[in-house]
Design a protein around this ligand. Sequence first.
Ligand SMILES: [Ca+2]
Ligand SMILES: [Ca+2]
Length: 187
Amino acid sequence: MKNCFSQMVKKVSMVSLCLGAVAFSATLSADDRIDLGDRYRNGRDLGRDFRPIPLCAIDLAATSLNFQLLNRTSTYRGQVRITGVLKNVGRLSYLSGARQQSLNLYEDRRLVATVPFVNLAVSGSVTVNFVRNWDASSAAEGEFPPTYKIILSQDPDIYIDGNVNNDDCNTRNNTFTRSGSAINDLL
Ligand SMILES: [Ca+2]
Ligand SMILES: [Ca+2]
């Protein structure tokens, strides 16, 4: 930059080139973009009080757990399917490596299904499901139904693997829990 500014004195044509370099150095990358709109909240410029918040660009979210009756075998019994969904709710694709992440489904504390995946485009989704027999008249299912939970499971080194494209920026939405009591309503 020092040489650049000295050249500015000698050649007017270099001015635009140097300013261009300054502007380029101030350009934020996609991951560094900040929400400047918040600075002007309700039409008031918050000025020095403004604290920009980085936008969350890569965000996978556990969004739902659905129960479906596949077939009824008697008045209170049937075969049911439990389906969990993980969705890319961010603004950028999730790009990762094999064996670095999976969507896991738990019945209480027992892992009953797991689906590994690699990449996930914006608005794309991954589903995991588990099929089992259900007896709504039993204590284990009817009276004290298990709780289902889906979890985005990631490699513990995911944030230090040198790949920023798999850094989920909001871990608060990476699990979804639902009581199995609603399955009794299907029978
Ligand atoms: Ca997330
Ligand atoms: Ca990473």
